[in-house]
Design a protein around this ligand. Sequence first.
Ligand SMILES: *Cc1c(COP(=O)(O)O)cnc(C)c1O
Length: 382
Amino acid sequence: MRIQTERTAQKEHSTPLFLTSSFVYDSAEDMAAAFADDTLDVNIYSRFKNPSVDEFIEKICVLEGAEEGVATATGMAAVFSTFMTFLSKGDHIISASAVFGSTHAILTKYLPKWGISYSYFDMNEPTSVEELFRPETKMLYVETPSNPGLDIIDLKYLADLCHARNVLLVVDNCFATPAVQQPIAWGADLVIHSATKFMDGQGRVLGGVVVGRKELIHPLYLFIRNTGPSMSPFNAWILSKSLETLFIRMDRHADSAFKLATALQGHPALSGVKYPFLPDHPQYEIARRQMRNGGGIVTFELKGGLPAGRKFLNSLKMLSMTNNLGDSRSIASHPASTTHSKLTEEERQAVGITPGLIRISVGLEHPDDILSDILQALQTEQ
Ligand SMILES: *Cc1c(COP(=O)(O)O)cnc(C)c1O
């Protein structure tokens, strides 16, 4: 697969940005031929296809070991387009209950409106998924590690279950990135990313991508081409540049995250610390087998619950208080009082959010600075 887009006559080293909405033809015949072609091969209009977007897609395909891909305006556009392409009225989808908040909203509020039913299972009881398959089940959807609970599931186990039943296994690989985990190698059919997170890595642009086998990507491409949630060439250009540093960034995120998680273990203000590569993580063995490192997210539980969560955020000096993640700057968030505050206590429990849960997206600052800011903020808890 060609990773570097061909150079123009200017011989530039960095790929130029193809900021154009459409493409011109030399003759009426060429134009007619372009429109007769519904493959992914001809530049017509940037809602369909654009060289800057293609470069980003090709890079993700190489990193994930996939044949083809499509890029979207956001991660949610990638999730929604995948559901709309492969699920029809009467179909059923099985999903881990620990999924991103907006994915939870699509599954529970929108899909049922169109006659598509869903069932949730708990990733901490993986075999419970087996009894949920029905004749009309078309897709199994998981995030591993999950956001924000950091639950992990054995992808090979799920892939075997799905393939024996002709069900698509779709994996949101946003928390790991292909630098840490390649779900296709374990049998996933489609891999989804919010490129907004670690792929951009600097909190600048939104984006999404889905990769997989050619015959699955083609209908997804036609859905996106016709309905319009396409990625902007500018965002694709930014994201392609970011991918050049993905491995080096993920290694540093993970090194610092492991250091932080280890240092916080046993802290008197905390009832627990969770990180995929800590031996007491409930799915530690699977994480070690499936992931190159533990990724860049650490969570911990404050003994003081909801009020302690607010106090902790207000006491931070260096870490940013924002709901994004995967940024070069460290970020703290308290899901129960922010992103998941509209859910009922029971719903929060179902997606693994406890009142004192703090999620840290460990950035690229010096690990000692990250730890000392968190320690001084925890001091106010005692
Ligand atoms: C952020 C996120 C999404 C949604 O991505 P957007 O780019 O914000 O639309 C989906 N899944 C996971 C796991 C995420 O963290």
